[in-house]
Design a protein around this ligand. Sequence first.
Ligand code: DAT
Ligand code: MG
Length: 136
Amino acid sequence: MQSTLVLVKPDGVQRSLIGEILRRCEAKGYVIEDLKLFSPPKELLEKHYQEHEGKPFYEPLVEFMLSGPTLACKLSGERVIEGFRSLAGTTDPTTAAPGTIRGDLARDWGLNVQQNLVHGSDSEESAAKELALWFG
Ligand code: DAT
Ligand code: MG
């Protein structure tokens, strides 16, 4: 059994989409092991997005993540890392496939960061690191 870190980012919380997003995870058969709604400190976000440091969207991304509370979720299930990313859809909300969280619920707001509602760990290594960071 695998676990992954799912975040409902500030846009999702602000738009009251927590229920809809968790519903899709549960409907798929994944199990919510832990939940935490809070405003993470900048240091946590910088560690979380360390791989993107130096990219043009890095600073606006961290600023966006500081704009309001985030829901952190430890989600478990067989191949959940890959499975949640499939439920989430691709990064760009405009081209994310209909049927996915981003494809159905997110769109481009014309800002310099993609407000794409959710985060999901992208490998076993990132999941372990991110779960320790957000729930450790
Ligand atoms: P994902 O969240 O699909 O794993 P990522 O790890 O490549 O995507 O990027 C992290 C976040 O950074 C992403 O959810 C939104 C933002 N982002 C990524 N690429 C971007 C870009 N080209 N322009 C603006 N924001 C971007
Ligand atoms: Mg990523």
